[in-house]
Design a protein around this ligand. Sequence first.
Ligand SMILES: [Mg+2]
Ligand SMILES: [Zn+2]
Length: 184
Amino acid sequence: MKEEKIVILDRDGVINVDLMTYVTRPEEFEAIEGSLEAMAKLTTNGYKIAIATNQACIEKEIISEEELRSVHEHMIDLLLEVGGQINYIAFCPHAPESNCKCRKPEVGLLQEIEQQLKISLKGKYFIGDKDSDIKAGRNFGCTPLLIKKGGYGEKVFRTENSPPDEQCFNNLNDAVNYILKQEA
Ligand SMILES: [Mg+2]
Ligand SMILES: [Zn+2]
């Protein structure tokens, strides 16, 4: 598998405001301030971007796959306007009770990204706001970074699953700056 620069992102609470319900329509997608610009910075610096997102709303029949796709197309359009690009979006459509192999903290979405992009994710950064993101990242050999001010981040920060303080950030832009600094 190719060794390429790639960052994996959770969606809700990292890129867009976590409504604590579900984003069901493009109009409900509200980018967190600075997040799209941070993603564009990754693109400009030669990073691929993949998203790994739990969307149980599909199996729960709150939205259809088609509607989820239109939310994602909207996100891609907004990002394009600031010069960023998403290379792959992996989503788990299953409800927790289904015990599937893709709902984070399971690693199925990360396997899917590897297979689709043919890029090894070992040692790559996985940025999320939930315990399940941190666990999935660790389980798959990624380096988890926590967004502590987004969505559920405060609940994870400085618990036993929290990454070290220097890998916890207020927002995606700070996390991206950290990543770029490691490279320098
Ligand atoms: Mg999240
Ligand atoms: Zn699943």
